[in-house]
Design a protein around this ligand. Structure first.
Ligand code: AP5
Ligand code: MG
Ligand code: ZN
Length: 214
């Protein structure tokens, strides 16, 4: 099963993708997580990506497309995968389609997690990310057992650099300009599925599994 997640920043793509990956036993590929890991490791790619991410801008397509195309060709992707945060522009979607076409494959579902802008800033300001394992929490909606400490690995939790309110506003406007057109792109291909992302996490997950089946 090959799935992509669409949705505004903070819509819950990562939250749901992680649960889908566990249930269906397929890799969760998040371009945002890949860039953050590269930033943490101080790689050249990380240095380049950071200058864009900190401003709430998209990293240029040429730094993203090959990376994802190479990743989905790896062995663990034979039975499918879930892409979270890619594609984010029409050229990215076209390059993915072209690469899949060459392999005689195609996407099965594009899940659009729909959350209006007015919910987003609130979600982002409460989000906390683990510096150790990358697990994501929310101070109100998904709190840790002990404040400021990751339930999974015990490391410290931080607010992501790009979750400051002014950067979130920029990310939202970039989303509307560059990523939202993908909704119609995938609707046209007949694989778009909308879910109401304002509901509780478990309700959203149930709606997604109803779509994906068993
Ligand atoms: P990326 O990491 O993909 O960020 P994003 O799209 O802005 O999305 P987020 O990760 O912020 O939100 P999410 O939808 O995953 O929400 P989450 O589940 O965490 O990208 C970061 C940057 O990298 C980009 O800005 C860009 O610069 C660059 N980049 C990445 N991919 C790129 C690409 N393909 N091309 C170019 N540049 C790229 O949930 C948010 C919070 O809400 C959490 O605290 C969570 O606990 C909570 N929450 C989730 N669901 C619910 C619910 N149902 N109810 C209540 N709270 C909830
Ligand atoms: Mg995410
Ligand atoms: Zn952790």
């Amino acid at each position: 099963m090959k799935i992509i997640m669409l949705g505004a920043p903070g819509a819950g793509k990562g939250t749901q993708a992680k649960k889908i990956a566990e249930k269906y036993q397929i890799p969760h590929i998040s371009t945002g997580d890949i860039f953050r890991a590269n930033i943490k490791d101080g790689t050249e790619l990380g240095k380049k990506a950071k200058t864009y991410m900190d401003q709430g801008l998209l990293v240029p397509d040429e730094l993203v497309c090959d990376l994802v195309v190479d990743r989905v060709k790896q062995d663990d992707c034979r039975n499918g995968y879930i892409l979270d945060g890619f594609p984010r522009t029409i050229p990215q979607a076209e390059s993915l389609d072209a690469a899949l076409g060459q392999m005689g494959e195609s996407l099965d579902f594009a899940i659009n997690v729909d959350v209006p802008d007015e919910h987003i800033v609130n979600r982002m300001s409460g989000r906390r990310a683990c510096v150790g394992c990358g697990a994501t929490y929310h101070t109100v909606y998904a709190p840790t057992k002990k404040e400021g400490v990751c339930d999974v690995c015990g490391a410290e939790l931080i607010l992501r650099d790009d979750d400051k309110p002014e950067t979130v506003q920029k990310r939202l406007s970039v989303y509307h300009d560059q990523t939202q057109p993908l909704i119609d792109y995938y609707r046209g291909k007949g694989i778009l599925k909308d879910v109401d992302g304002t509901k509780d996490m478990d309700v959203v997950f149930q709606a997604i599994t109803d779509i994906l089946g068993a």
